[in-house]
Write a protein that binds this ligand. Structure first.
Ligand SMILES: Cc1cc2nc3c(=O)[nH]c(=O)nc-3n(C[C@H](O)[C@H](O)[C@H](O)COP(=O)(O)OP(=O)(O)OC[C@H]3O[C@@H](n4cnc5c(N)ncnc54)[C@H](O)[C@@H]3O)c2cc1C
Length: 318
């Protein structure tokens, strides 16, 4: 039986690598240049969100993800992971104090608490310099993975039975095989801009983020909306993101790209996977939400572990 991964974004590619590591043949269908992954900024931020919850689960997921991306780099011979400090601005004194109280839990992720952030427009509550994060060049990762898999795998002949693992992201959740699952997909927009002479080399985070890509380019994101789940960039989105950028710099900027896509959210960013129906040969892997880079690699490994345990893979080579 052939294994088909249907949809090759962050979910499908992570699953592909996990199968490849175990010598289980598979092939991918769909396209690399589509969906949420293709527009994603690839950000991995160890201390994200207002709750400041850095659970040990998040910590290990981030460590596993980084190790996974480094392994992929070795296999494809191309750099995809960019380690980069995150400068997180405190919204106010109360947030700063909350942060200070949790200092110990953050351990070595927290490099320094700064009284002066160097950005006067951000208020005077200061900022935290966070280590251990960075960004995945998602497009490079997807393209390199697709090319690598295409060299190794063959689609089965007509009539050969296949086990399908649906990795179709928000499309599966809205109109596809998971349309009956309760979910909350969210549209997001993102800008790539050029700001000559800015020179910022850290990821900036406050109610959104700016990611330095090098060569005066920055990614600015991202919006959230639940009304129109399409992939059309809007005027409102552009203006919201430019306002976000203007909090940090008033230097002239030009827009290089403006894109939108829908995040596959089921329960926050908790991945979901399983069998569709009681006894079919159809599975799904979805729900990476806003954190496909952090949680994708581990969840894909867990899914393959389970499928092996259930003796689902008759084609495993020794
Ligand atoms: C604006 C924005 C910014 C984001 N920023 C970040 C970030 O900084 N860090 C982070 O970790 N995450 C980020 N995310 C979230 C991340 O992009 C998602 O978690 C991730 O892309 C989900 O991956 P996926 O493979 O499940 O879905 P997708 O990337 O959407 O991939 C699904 C693929 O399946 C294809 N497909 C669907 N149906 C079929 C079918 N029937 N047959 C074949 N193919 C099919 C689709 O065309 C698509 O290519 C962001 C998302 C958005 C929208």
């Amino acid at each position: 039986m052939a294994i088909e991964i249907r949809g090759g974004g962050l979910a499908g590619c992570a699953l592909g690598w996990r199968l490849w590591e175990r010598g289980i043949p598979f092939f991918m269908t769909g396209e690399a240049r589509q969906g949420a992954s293709w527009v994603s900024a690839g950000l991995v931020n160890p201390i994200a969100g207002r709750s400041l919850n850095l659970t040990s689960d998040n910590r290990t997921a981030i460590q596993e993800a980084k190790a996974f991306f480094h392994q992929v780099e070795e296999r494809v011979g191309r750099r995809i992971w960019h380690e980069c400090p995150v400068l997180r601005f405190f919204a106010n004194e109360a947030e700063r104090q909350k942060f200070e109280r949790r200092k110990e839990a953050f351990g070595d992720w927290l490099e320094e608490v700064l009284d002066e952030s160097g950005y006067p427009g951000m208020g005077d509550a200061g900022a935290a310099l966070i280590a251990g994060g960075g960004w995945l060049d998602v497009r490079a990762y997807l393209q390199a993975s697709w090319a690598f898999f295409a060299q190794q795998n063959q689609a089965p002949g007509a009539g050969e039975s296949r086990l399908v693992i649906h990795c179709g992201g928000s499309r599966d959740l809205t109109t596809g095989v998971l349309a009956t699952l309760e979910s909350r997909p969210a549209k997001g927009e993102i800008l790539t801009v050029e700001v000559p002479g800015w020179g910022e080399s850290r990821i900036l985070n406050r109610g959104g983020w700016v990611v330095p890509l090098g060569n005066d380019r920055f990614r600015v994101g991202s919006t959230y909306s639940w009304d129109h789940l399409d992939e059309e960039p809007t005027e409102e989105g552009r203006s919201e993101l430019l306002t976000l950028l203007r909090q940090f710099t008033s230097l002239p900027c030009s827009i290089v790209e403006h894109v939108a896509a829908v995040r596959p959210i089921v329960r926050r960013s908790e991945p979901v996977w399983g069998r569709l129906g009681e006894d079919g040969d159809t599975y799904f892997f979805n729900g990476l939400g806003s954190k496909g880079c952090t949680f994708g690699p581990r969840a894909a490994g867990d899914l393959v572990d389970q499928l092996e345990k259930d003796k689902i893979f008759p084609l495993k080579s020794s």
